[in-house]
Design a protein around this ligand. Structure first.
Ligand code: FES
Ligand SMILES: [Fe+2]
Length: 440
């Protein structure tokens, strides 16, 4: 196993470039991160009824996520325990059983082996069916409609895993009626390492005015003046790294700002804000009106406000599949939801203007590490490290302003913790990074 203490230095601010390229480090990620960490599977609204299922991936493992007759959700590996065939080829649907196309073994909604063709005549009734259930995802839990799974039976509860990030995400999860993810997800391939988009979404307020200058101008929204960093008030928000590698940045009062015609959304926010203040207090009613860029460790990201919800599925060290949904409040009027979908497609859909800006940069950031000498270099995300600290009222480590890399460092500290192979227990007992500085 690679010694990761040499790969991430200076409290997460310096990364060895090999983590974006080397196959052996990637294999270690599959083992130490994707086979252990909680990963986003679905929103409950995608599988409301018994028998509803979706297929997705955890790391590179294909999984089926299915609603059981008792309402619970189970997940299991979508590979037949007979000879390994993929059992379910559909992205989504409703089923009473999953039947393998190769020899016809059929599995229940719970993944148990239910019927075997010629069981009596060919196996002489000697097959022990419980041994050949589809491999279960060890734990599946929901947090306010968001369904996650982990292969590690020893992982902490989902609530503990999300930690303080859950407190922040309640800002939009606790709206009356809850949220939903509108799909089916757009799917595309990017030739980049999976961590590059995660860090872009978790922390990168720096690139917005620069990389997206042309798109911001073309979209003609209240965010247009950011183009070329012309009118970028870097103090108009903050950034948070929560323990566990999650984090986000927020621009105050900008939830609706990317929408060229955001009037109806602004009205919606104005109507809802008193309710949210009542429910969650002053700070989170402020977050409710902010625009967020965020990532949940390891590979789920979202932009609250632009309302894009992303899953970056690894396909080797240099490739990912991107899945994109539109996050809306369930109670929003249909026209407002439609407006959200349209803006999401225009900005962060597969051919979205900002998605293509980012995609180009992400691919180049990965591909340049092909060079053997290049790969032995380091990358730097130390922006704002000298000013981040603890906040009297907000949990986590708070970075001042929206242009800093506080949550990027938090992500890499967690990455290094899990990649070390230490147990959850050991990691939780260790002292963790805590800058001795108070920020206002
Ligand atoms: S591989 Fe599935 S039944 Fe044989
Ligand atoms: Fe971007």
């Amino acid at each position: 196993m690679k010694d990761v203490t040499k790969l991430i230095l200076e409290d997460g601010a310096v990364q060895d470039r090999r983590i974006y390229w080397d196959q052996d480090i990637y294999e270690q990620e599959l083992e130490q991160i994707f086979a252990r960490a909680w990963q986003f599977l679905a929103h409950e609204s995608q599988i409301p009824n018994a028998g509803d299922f979706i297929t997705t991936r955890m790391g590179e493992d294909n999984v089926i996520v299915a609603r059981q007759p008792d309402g619970k959700i189970k997940a299991f590996i979508n590979s037949c325990p007979h000879r390994g065939n993929v059992v379910c080829h559909a992205d989504t649907g409703n089923a009473r059983a999953f039947t393998c196309a190769y020899h016809g073994w059929a599995f229940g909604l719970d993944g148990e082996l239910a019927t075997v063709p010629l069981e009596h005549d060919a196996y002489y009734d000697a097959i022990e069916r419980p041994r050949y259930a589809m491999h279960p995802v060890a734990k599946v839990e929901s947090y306010k409609g968001l369904v996650f799974g982990t292969f590690d039976a020893g992982a902490p509860s989902l609530r503990d895993y999300l930690g303080d990030m859950a407190w922040y995400m309640d800002t939009f999860l606790d709206v009356p009626g809850g949220i939903e993810l509108l799909g089916p997800p757009m799917k595309s391939i990017l030739n980049c390492n999976w961590k590059v988009p995660v860090e872009n979404f978790i922390a990168d307020g720096y690139h917005v005015g620069w990389a997206h200058a042309a798109a911001l101008k073309a979209i003609e929204s209240p965010l247009s003046p950011l183009a070329g960093n012309q009118a970028y008030d870097v103090n108009s928000g903050l950034q948070v790294a929560t323990r566990g590698g999650h984090g986000f940045g927020v621009i105050w009062d900008a939830a609706a700002a990317i929408h060229p015609d955001g009037g109806a959304y602004r009205e919606w926010l104005a109507k809802r804000t008193p309710i949210m203040r009542e429910r969650l207090g002053e700070w989170r009613s402020r977050f409710y009106n902010g625009h967020w860029d965020a990532s949940i460790f390891p590979n789920c990201s979202f932009l609250y406000g632009t309302n894009t919800w992303k899953l970056w599925l690894p396909m080797g060290p240099h490739n990912i599949e991107v899945w994109t949904w539109t996050l809306v409040e369930k109670d929003m009027p249909a026209e407002l939801k439609q407006m959200m979908v349209a803006t999401n497609m225009m900005t962060f859909g597969t051919a979205g203007m900002l998605e293509t800006d980012d995609g180009e940069n992400m691919e180049q950031c990965t591909g340049s590490n092909r060079g053997w000498v290049t790969r032995r270099g380091k990358l730097y995300s130390g922006m704002g490290q000298v000013r981040e600290g603890v906040h009297a009222e907000l949990p986590g480590i708070v970075g001042k302003g929206i242009v800093c890399e506080t949550s990027n460092r938090g992500f890499y500290r967690r990455w290094a913790e899990l990649m070390s192979g230490r147990s959850w227990e050991e990691i939780s007992r260790e002292p963790h990074y805590a800058p001795n500085r108070e920020v206002a």
